[in-house]
Write a protein that binds this ligand. Structure first.
Ligand code: ATP
Ligand code: MG
Length: 399
């Protein structure tokens, strides 16, 4: 018995002539996610993407789990392939659907016939197959309004497909179809969620994480590499740049007003992130900021950080409550790692009374106290460590 997976796309289908390039990006992403499971063949026909296993014993359940995280896919359907004749459909349906139907109490049959030359019409298919399944599984009842299982028969160009309905895909746009952006990834709850949300709109991600050793530890850095790793089933590979801010922070502590420390630090971060972004042909920055969550996320503070950079800054969490953010973090599997209690460079030297209403003028004046700003940034960029994080790990850290 041959089993394959059908994918249907959602929003992409509305893209007119560009549809095919979006689909190709989605197929490329899906291929990559399945490649470590074995050989699959992908092809398109009748606005459906077909994924056919090319080896015996491939893990179809895991394949479906992985596809549930590939943005752009609207629905996923695991289905049995039958010859396009009534005998073969009747032979395979009870065998293929045995476990599902044994667990169900009610069912109905629906039929889709894109080949109108098939000898039975849709109501006939439903009646005949419904009767056959009732005789084989006598505990079942037909319920056309709210059945436990909808048995579907699709008569297409070259074959018939029998399945028990489709699963929702993750929706969104294929990663890479919207270009690339640089995520400021901390070890917290918010920034992985922000990255996930923008990847869902088709952005491929690079990431930057700022450390401040010895005030921040190796395990804090490892935690962030782990977070990036947890994002890869959704976002694909991530080039994670690790930038050392120790000298910049010590210098600021020495020379700048304490109550502006956080906002000055955030401007350094944005500045460095944008330089890395430009180097990677990435067109925007992404942060996990949420309005009023902390002192550095007031509208005044955000105005000062934004003024540092020219690239657009995407803040998908800006209007969300922590509870909503946590719900997403849990569902994508980053929450448990995010709450490990390790240091972040933002929490070393935090001022006791940070200014919640800084003005750009105040901030620019404070920055004149650091005339060596350019050299400090150049030095930090010189020493960047870049870790390539993939679904299978991160060389040197997660094997
Ligand atoms: P998160 O939960 O993402 O850490 P947060 O609520 O702790 O966010 P802040 O510490 O003010 O907020 O950081 C706001 C945003 O700045 C983060 O979402 C992230 O995008 C960026 N950021 C903060 N610290 C770092 C860091 N060490 N490296 C990279 N980006 C950072
Ligand atoms: Mg944080």
């Amino acid at each position: 018995m041959k089993e394959i997976i059908l994918l249907k796309d959602g929003e992409i289908a509305l893209k007119g002539l560009n549809r095919y390039s979006f689909e190709d990006t989605m197929i490329k992403n899906a291929k990559r996610r399945l490649s470590s499971l074995g050989r699959f063949r992908f092809y398109k026909a009748q606005s459906t993407i077909y994924i056919e296993p090319m080896e015996e014993g491939l893990d179809m359940e895991e394949a479906v789990e992985r596809l549930k995280k590939v943005f752009g896919i609207a629905a996923i359907c695991r289905t049995c392939v039958a010859e396009k004749n009534w005998e073969d459909i009747c032979r395979l349906a009870p065998v293929y659907l045995k476990d599902t139907l044994e667990e169900a109490s009610t069912f109905k049959v629906t039929a889709k016939r894109s080949d109108k030359k098939f000898p039975l019409n849709s109501p006939q298919i439903c009646n005949e197959l419904g009767g056959l399944l009732l005789s084989r599984f006598p505990h079942l009842r037909v319920d056309v309004k709210n059945p436990d299982v909808i048995v579907t028969v699709e008569i297409r160009d070259y074959a018939a497909y029998i399945h028990a309905g489709q699963l929702p895909g993750p929706g969104g746009m294929p990663v890479g179809s919207s270009g690339r952006a640089m995520l400021l990834l901390s070890g917290g709850i918010d920034s992985p969620v922000a990255g996930y949300m923008m990847a869902k709109r088709g952005l491929e991600l690079s990431a930057v994480h700022f450390v401040s050793p010895p005030y921040t530890s190796d395990r804090a850095k490892l935690k962030v590499i782990q977070l990036a790793h947890l994002m890869t089933p959704y976002c694909g590979n991530i080039n994670l740049h690790i930038v050392n801010l120790t000298k910049i922070q010590e210098r600021m502590l020495d020379k700048c007003p304490e109550d502006l420390f956080t906002i000055l630090l955030r401007r350094f971060m944005m500045d460095i992130a944008q330089r890395l972004s430009l180097k990677e042909s990435s067109s925007a920055l992404i942060t996990g900021e949420s309005l009023a969550q902390v002192a550095s996320q007031t509208v005044y503070a955000i105005a000062c950080t934004d003024a540092m950079v020219q690239q657009p800054v995407f803040r998908p969490l800006i209007g969300m409550d922590k509870e909503e953010i946590i719900r997403i973090a849990r569902s994508i599997g980053t929450f448990e790692t995010s709450i490990l209690p390790y240091e972040d460079c933002c929490t070393v030297f935090t001022p006791k009374h940070p200014k919640t209403k800084p003005t750009l003028q105040m901030v620019l004046e404070a920055e004149t106290l650091l005339p060596e700003r350019e050299e400090l940034i150049a030095e930090a960029l010189e020493a960047v460590e870049t870790v390539k994080v993939t679904m299978s790990g991160a060389a040197g850290y997660i094997e």
